[in-house]
Design a protein around this ligand. Structure first.
Ligand code: CU
Length: 455
């Protein structure tokens, strides 16, 4: 999973040029063009304590060779797979990671691979190197070749949500969530190692009514590297269920809660670092309908916004990887609706007909940036948020939705045309954040510029 990365340090390079003549070595360093990421998991194999490769070419290999090309920025993620204390050391490069203490703990270390050769990496906890935790870093001369790109669509179709509940007594509902780490299409020619609920972003739209009891089955796929969990903002319980649902790869956890408060609520993975899990795609919406449901509309849609932090700039083709430093600095490289660039334009635009009323369940996964949600060419006739999802706002142009927040937007469509979903912080359009609402058919002349009855 964590494999090839090429990150241009343009600014460093430009500033190196601006500073005038520098030594060849300094310029080489400034031009250190590339970042390559490997993930190692500690474990036991053939009765020995070892590092196990995780993802990509090294997946499942014992003490794999970590191959870099000269000048690449090397990043090694270490995940504690069995619980003993470990670290990773590469003496030649003076690299020492933080110790990972306890199962599931992780650390990241990086260096510039500027000298070619073969160098040992090992665990420096006394006895562990001799017990088997020893491998090799290989730094090869010359640039790395291009990689093939085939990755599935991870974006959820915004029309993929359950129908309204209407009138029925409260009952018990079973909710199945499976956490899946997978390569997916981030852009036309770019893939990314997403973490998902049920293989799509956002996760499944969960629909209940007030008074229902939700029995959540949280399965962490056996192919996962990390622990995952789920925190329901609509569950009034410690952590929203996050403590009860922490699941290691291959485990199932259950958590039951009663839907006490009607509203539209975000759910998300809450395994540390939660920001990392959310940025990688682990969020979704839970609707708890008030008794009797919401007023009927012609169409409903499900849209969520999030941002990604990648090792290479927006628009780079090939393999992208998560950049933890950018995440901590809150410097996103992509903003997306429903998980990927083009999710709501090329892949799954919203479609409706003139004369129809549409409802958009809109939430922000984030993890760090809210949305100034706006539809170009439309005014929100009704906006529902807070107490009982009453239409608190009417005829609004732009509405702020914070990270971990959600609101219901209703539009009465009269005129055919192409309308555009945006965050009105419009720079984000250039970083992938745009969706299409395509209204096709004859205009409803009688309705144009007329009000529908108040709901
Ligand atoms: Cu997670």
């Amino acid at each position: 999973m964590k494999q090839l990365n090429v990150l241009l340090f343009c600014l460093t390079f430009l500033s190196a040029l601006a500073l005038g003549p520098a030594s060849f070595a300094e310029r080489q360093h400034a031009m250190a063009a590339a970042s390559v990421v490997y993930t190692l998991r500690t474990g036991i194999a053939e009765g020995r304590m070892v590092f196990l490769g995780s993802g990509g070419e090294i997946d499942g290999k014992v003490n794999p060779d970590l191959v870099f090309h000269q000048g690449e920025r090397a990043q090694i993620n270490l995940v504690n797979g069995e619980g003993a204390e470990h670290d990773i050391v590469i003496e030649f490069y003076d690299v020492r990671s933080n110790h990972v203490v306890g199962k599931g703990a992780s650390s990241t270390t990086s260096f510039v691979a500027d000298k070619t050769g073969s160098f040992p990496y090992y665990c420096s906890v006394p006895g562990h190197r001799d017990a088997g935790m020893l491998g090799r870093v290989k730094v090869e001369p010359g640039p790395r070749g291009k990689i093939a790109l085939i990755a599935p669509d991870v974006s959820r179709d915004p029309s993929d949500l359950p129908p309204p509940i209407h009138m029925r007594p409260p009952r018990k509902l079973r909710v199945d969530l499976t956490t899946i780490e997978m390569q997916g299409r981030l852009d036309d020619k770019t893939k990314y190692p997403f973490w998902t609920f049920n293989g799509k972003i956002p996760g499944p739209f969960i629909r209940a009514r007030v008074g229902d009891t939700l029995e959540v089955h949280m399965n962490n796929a056996p192919s996962s590297v990390l622990a995952h969990s789920v925190d329901f903002h609509g569950a009034i319980a410690p952590g929203g269920g996050a403590q009860d649902t922490q699941a290691y790869p291959g485990e199932e956890k259950t958590f039951t809660f009663k839907a006490l408060v009607p509203g539209l609520f975000v759910y998300h993975c809450a395994t540390p670092s939660a920001a990392d899990h959310v940025a990688n795609g682990m969020y979704g919406l839970l609707l708890i309908e008030p008794e009797g449901g919401l007023p009927e509309v012609d169409r409903e849609f499900y849209v969520m916004q999030g941002e990604l932090y990648t090792t290479k700039p927006f628009g780079t083709e090939g393999q992208q990887e998560a950049d933890y430093e950018r995440l901590m600095a809150e410097r996103p490289s992509y903003f997306v609706f429903n998980g990927a660039v083009g999710a709501l334009t090329k892949e799954h635009p919203l479609r409706a007909a003139p004369g129809e009323s549409v409802r958009i369940f809109f939430g922000v996964g984030g993890p760090n940036f809210g949305s100034s949600f706006h539809v170009i060419g439309q005014i929100f006739n009704r906006v529902r948020e807070g107490a009982g999802l009453a239409a608190r706002l009417r005829d609004e142009q732009t509405v702020a939705v914070p990270p971990g927040g959600a609101a219901v937007f209703e539009l009465d469509l009269n005129r055919a045309g192409h309308y555009v979903l945006v965050d009105h912080a419009l720079s984000r359009m250039e970083l992938g954040l745009v969706g299409d609402l395509i209204v096709e058919g004859p205009d409803q002349d009688a309705q144009i510029h007329e009000r529908r009855p108040r709901r």
